[in-house]
Structures are given as C-alpha cells and as structure tokens.
Design a protein around this ligand. Structure first.
Ligand SMILES: [Zn+2]
Length: 87
C-alpha cells in the first residue's frame, strides 16, 4: 500500500484519498460553448512521468495539490492549493 502525505494530517494510506484531476485544468468562466465544457469535463492529459494533480483527503475533506511521478509512483510534494490551482 502506498502512503500519500496530506498537508494537513500527515502520511495516510492512499485509500483515504480521492483523485480530483489535473492541477491547472481550470473550470471555464463566463459564457462558454458546449465544446469548452466537454473539454473541461471529459478530456484529460494522461501524462507519463512528473505530473501535478488535485487530490482530496477524505477524512479531513481538504483539497490539495500533489506532485508525483505516474511511472515510478513516487510522490515529490504535497501542498495546500494556491489560487491558480483551484478547480
Ligand atoms: Zn487530511
């Protein structure tokens, strides 16, 4: 079992976390067409290697950013969200 580090609670089992999407995939603002919504909701990058993602720690309900490697599964960093990362 892999451990993820919640920036608010510390190391916890990965089963306590929920994936929230790619960091920087921001919700479209204003009057946007269906294609923009479709791209936001259904089309994701499936990057190999270093990625930055949004995760939620279910027990504390806090949302945070995680930098990890999709190949090695190594977690490089976790931190509270900045304004640019908020979904
Ligand atoms: Zn937590």
């Amino acid at each position: 079992m892999q451990l993820f580090i919640c920036p608010f609670c510390g190391p916890r089992a990965e089963t306590e976390f929920h994936f929230g999407g790619d960091a920087g995939n921001l919700r479209p603002e204003g009057d946007v067409d269906a294609m923009a919504w479709s791209n936001y909701l259904y089309f994701r990058d499936n990057s190999r290697g270093a990625v930055k993602e949004i995760w939620m720690h279910l027990p504390c309900r806090e949302v945070f950013a995680m930098e990890r490697d999709t190949v090695t599964h190594e977690v490089h960093a976790t931190h509270a969200l900045t304004g640019e990362e908020r979904p």
